[in-house]
Design a protein around this ligand. Sequence first.
Ligand SMILES: [Ca+2]
Length: 188
Amino acid sequence: MKAVLFAALTVCSALAGATDDNELLRNGNFESFVQPPEWFFLAEGADWDGLELASSTAHFSLDETAPHSGKRAMKLWSVGAITVASASIPYPGGSLMLSGWTRATDLKPAARTHGQGAGIQIVGFDSAGRIVAHREAKMLSGSHPWEPFAYTFSLPKEVSTLQVWVRMLQSASGSFGCDDLSLRPRPP
Ligand SMILES: [Ca+2]
């Protein structure tokens, strides 16, 4: 099902492209169709807490019914785990800020996740591709209209690259959306 979705979504990326030199994230507004390498679906594996990254009962799509801006937003829904990751971004060091908008509908928390159902995480990898750091930029549960967030963080020196992960956590249910994600160096 997901493989078919990717095949269908690789048709067009004409709207892609960040025009801002300081923007580190590509297609953060999801106006371009989601495709590797901009965003890709993590089909297997588990995170640092042993929470699975994907299950067969959860889905993602580009939502054209209620985007925050433009014509599309990222939407995750149903029951279970799903993770959509950004392209790997070289970590420039120092302080970065991830900002954007999130919404949720009837988002029930997953077990073992401290009341969190879904959200956006920063994941740092060392030069060998191992996860060596993670940050929770915006996690939520319940129902919320579009709301902005801004999260400032820095990562350890051993981090070589980072990804932005949009996730619904293991055994959560409901839906989660995000739009207009932006990752930038934070001015000193
Ligand atoms: Ca959008």
